[in-house]
Design a protein around this ligand. Structure first.
Ligand SMILES: Cc1cc2nc3c(=O)[nH]c(=O)nc-3n(C[C@H](O)[C@H](O)[C@H](O)COP(=O)(O)OP(=O)(O)OC[C@H]3O[C@@H](n4cnc5c(N)ncnc54)[C@H](O)[C@@H]3O)c2cc1C
Length: 428
């Protein structure tokens, strides 16, 4: 019997440690010093708070947990990573504290997979050690969903590449030391301070960047020339499933809050939790979170047993399902909270606002739904003639053929079958 839903005790110990560590250390730090990890490099006071915590994480072997062993990580694989992310995703700063924060994770993944030894030494190792930060510049102002609309290009000029173009929504671009810029003819590593890199004032968190005659040496091309789309797929495939893993934690947080509140308030003579429509909100949320969780864990298991590329349909399904479940559950929780729910005095508004972002980032939901439908439909054939394969009268005729000998041997059996068929005919 191969189905197995339990976690091995040794890894469960790690998960329990992470849950307690996050509760006792990560949450207080992020409530009081929300940007401590990013400020650590410039501010010794923040470093004094963050470094000992990261030291404990490293001692437990939980640093850069997303990377395979051959790429420099602990090699947990996706299933264990999913179980870890179910905890980390509850705390905004936990991924950065554990060295597995987006967008650096995706960038590290492609540096690890496609970088030369020299590129790894120069950028991957410092990124893993959080000595530098990175960003990923792919989306352009004229369109994000369709990579064929991208026009940013690098032209070779002697010993340099010259990049021209404009990028939109580069997360954390203004704080990054290096930016991985997707051009029509490859992905290039561009140090942020390179002349010609202009970061516009707005938006603040996800940057609008103009690249004008930006010159980088030839060895700043990552992977093969013209390999941009392949590298981008590799990068985004991992990113999508990691977001879905963390979304489970966010859904659970909203759900826990909803349940606690429903048991704590009264209306019309009874607990809010005793009203049936509130019970419906609890029951639907419980079922949806567990459906999402099983989908994500099954997908993570499939990746571990095949590859990200072979799990593409499942990853796409996780991507839009995570956004949908977060949207529904966070909304219900806000509603059960009544007026308090619509303030920013609880995490609920931020959780809910995360849902539309999740629907758009890493490819809009529609594109992923098309991927799922297209791939699933490849497993089907059209039926012959007018009627579907499951057309009951035709199925019954085919089934009767199986009993032909029995009917010849026993005419009463045939009469019985005829009566059954007439009865079925009356209900059509
Ligand atoms: C929080 C966040 C972080 C991000 N970080 C980064 C980053 O670090 N680097 C980066 O390069 N980009 C980043 N992005 C940008 C992201 O990749 C794009 O927003 C995304 O690819 C969609 O592109 P767009 O915004 O141009 O929307 P559009 O492509 O204009 O799509 C808008 C809408 O059109 C419809 N639509 C589009 N295509 C289809 C289709 N094929 N079928 C049906 N309907 C369709 C959908 O309703 C879609 O929502 C981030 C986005 C978000 C929200």
């Amino acid at each position: 019997m191969a189905w197995e839903f339990s976690t091995d005790p040794e890894f469960q110990e790690q998960l329990d440690w992470v849950a307690e560590f996050c509760r006792e250390e990560v949450e207080p730090l992020e409530l009081v010093f929300p940007y401590a990890v990013r400020m650590r490099r410039r501010d010794p006071k923040m470093a004094a708070l963050v470094d000992p915590l990261q030291g404990r994480i490293k001692e437990r072997g939980l640093w850069a947990v997303f990377l395979d062993r051959e790429l420099g990580g602990p090699g947990f694989g996706q299933l264990k990573l999913a179980l870890l992310n179910e905890i980390l995703g509850r705390y905004g700063s936990a991924p950065a504290l554990f060295g597995c924060q987006a967008p650096d994770t995706g960038n590290m993944e492609i540096l690890a997979a496609y970088g030369t030894d020299e590129q790894k030494e120069r950028w991957l190792i410092p990124l893993m050690n959080q000595e530098i930060w990175s960003a990923y510049s792919m989306t352009e102002p004229q369109g994000g969903s369709d990579p064929d609309l991208f026009v940013t290009t690098a032209v070779r000029d002697g010993e340099e590449w010259v990049i021209n173009g404009e990028k939109w929504f580069t997360s954390a671009g203004r704080h990054a030391d290096i930016i991985l810029v997707m051009c029509t003819n490859g992905i290039f590593v561009v140090p942020r301070g390179t002349p010609g890199v202009e970061i516009l004032d707005q938006p603040r968190l996800h940057d609008h960047i103009v690249y004008t005659d930006v010159r980088v040496p030839l060895d700043h091309l990552l992977g093969p020339e013209d390999g941009a789309k392949v590298l981008a797929q590799r990068r985004l495939g991992g990113g999508r499933i990691h977001h879905a893993m963390r979304a489970i934690a966010q859904c659970r947080r909203a759900f826990d809050m909803m349940c606690e509140r429903a048991l704590s308030r009264q209306s019309h003579g009874k607990l809010i939790a005793d009203h049936q429509m509130v019970q419906e909100a609890v029951a639907d949320s419980y079922a949806e979170i567990n459906m999402l969780r099983l989908l994500v864990l099954w997908t993570a298991w499939t990746i571990d047993n095949s590859s990200t590329a072979e799990s593409r349909t499942q990853i796409a399904a996780c991507k839009f399902t995570a956004a949908k479940v977060l949207r529904e559950v966070a909304y219900r929780a806000i509603h059960v909270f009544g007026s308090l729910g619509v303030t920013d005095l609880t995490p609920l508004q931020a959780l809910w606002a995360g849902a539309p972002a999740m629907s758009v980032m890493d490819g809009v939901d529609e594109v992923h739904k098309v991927t799922v439908a297209r791939n699933v439909l490849k497993g089907y054939q059209p039926h012959d003639g007018h009627w579907p394969t499951d057309y009951l009268p035709a199925m019954r005729q085919r089934a009767r053929a199986k009993f032909a000998d029995a009917f010849t041997a026993d005419p009463e059996l045939r009469q019985y079958a005829d009566a059954m068929e007439r009865r079925a005919g009356r209900s059509h």
